[in-house]
Write a protein that binds this ligand. Structure first.
Ligand code: MRU
Length: 379
């Protein structure tokens, strides 16, 4: 079950409410999410008391973004265990709530393994639930640390590629504190450049159809005090051709073993533009987003979402008079079919570098990524 509370804003914080937190009120443990479908209009908490509510929150994008999906999935397993539900069923439902971001199943399986190991070691249900929660908390903390290290490595790479600072960075979708235990991935690098006085402007793609750029990245950029400008996705080409983009920084939902990068639909066209205009195209993601079991881009499952996200202008959760299936304002003739992949795949040869908490990989090759994953597992 899910419940909602509203809270007030405060300046100079990414949001007043953390993207995710575990709480233990007298009625029993809950997972509290900042409902991202309601931003930027209001900061509203969504309180999940069981795994099905969290699955629904994941599907509707109340909680979203690869690293945060991993953290949410791990807490979801802990929630099922703490509330006495069947843990393996909950884990399967959570892991398959969305298919593309590998972090989701990674987080779920990590908490599930901790739960199982505690039982195998002779622990009772309470101890096993505590083990699952400890695994979720550890992942949450590690993600915050990884975020800080990605920001450091990313800024160092920007300074190397673009000496002199004064960077004009183009970004797509949303990759800040809203998707992370820390300050995010690509956005964390832009934030580090801003704090160092080396960001001239952040160009923010609106990111159709669900407007993660306009609703969420612009919100985070405004609250952090950086100079930013919003553009329609279609305007990126003219911005490149005017020489206004020094680098592209994006996140990733899954990076295949060969370095192919799945990220929010519209990332691949940016990579093509960047190559044509000789602009670095940089992907920032934690090592947990690299999936050695997915060999190449063609093997990445790309989520296909409902057509109404395209045929309607969606004001999430706000009922609109005369609304169609998704509750939004119809903009296409009734019955129009829509093509609505949530992600696209950029081949490794178009990626200048992949920045992780373990450092940057450039050029992006199967061997360099395998070495990075091996190094990360040794630590
Ligand atoms: O559909 P979403 O909003 O979950 O898509 C999110 C993205 O594509 C992000 O760019 C990606 O998860 C990287 S977040 C660090």
């Amino acid at each position: 079950m899910a419940d909602q509370h509203a809270q007030s804003h405060e300046e100079n914080r990414p949001t007043e409410i953390p993207a995710i937190r575990w709480d233990e009120p007298p009625e029993g443990p809950v997972l509290v999410l900042l409902d991202q479908t309601r931003l930027p209009a209001e900061e509203v908490e969504l309180v999940c008391t069981d795994a099905p509510a969290l699955v629904e929150a994941i599907r509707t994008l109340a909680v979203r973004g690869a690293p945060l999906l991993g953290i949410a999935g791990a807490y979801g397993v802990a929630l099922a265990a703490a509330r006495g539900f069947e843990v393996d069923d909950a884990a399967d439902a959570l892991a398959s709530a969305r298919p593309t971001a590998v972090n989701l199943s990674h987080g779920v399986r990590r908490a599930q393994a901790a739960h199982r190991a505690a039982l195998v070691a002779g622990g009772d249900q309470k101890q096993a639930a505590e083990a699952a929660l400890a695994a979720a908390r550890a992942l949450h903390k590690e993600d915050a640390e990884a975020s800080a290290r990605m920001a450091e490595h990313g800024l160092a790479l920007l300074d190397e590629l673009l000496p002199g600072g004064n960077h004009r960075i183009l970004t797509h979708c949303n990759t800040g504190a809203l998707v992370s235990g820390g300050e995010g991935t690509a956005f964390a690098v832009a934030l580090a450049a801003h704090r160092a006085g080396r960001l001239r402007r952040l160009w923010v793609d609106e990111t159709r159809p669900l407007l993660q750029g306009a609703r969420l990245t612009a919100y985070e950029a405004a609250r952090s005090g950086m100079a930013y400008t919003l553009l329609t996705d279609n305007a990126a080409g003219s911005l490149f051709s005017a020489g206004e983009v020094d680098a592209v920084l994006i996140g990733a939902d899954r990076i295949a073993a060969d370095g192919s990068v799945a990220n929010k639909v519209g990332s691949y066209p940016l990579a093509v533009l960047a190559r044509y205009h000789h602009v670095p195209f940089i992907v920032v993601a934690p090592v947990t987003t690299v999936d050695p079991d997915t060999l190449d881009g063609a093997s990445i499952e790309v989520e296909q979402r409902a057509g109404h996200e395209v045929t309607e202008l969606t004001a999430p959760q706000v009922p609109v008079a005369g609304a169609e299936a998704g509750g939004g304002i119809p903009v296409a003739p009734l019955g129009t079919q829509a093509y609505n992949p949530a992600f696209d795949v950029t081949p490794p040869e178009l990626v200048t570098a992949i920045v992780t908490e373990e450092g940057a990989v450039s050029p992006v090759t199967t061997e360099a990524l395998a070495e990075l994953c091996a190094r990360s597992r040794r630590v």
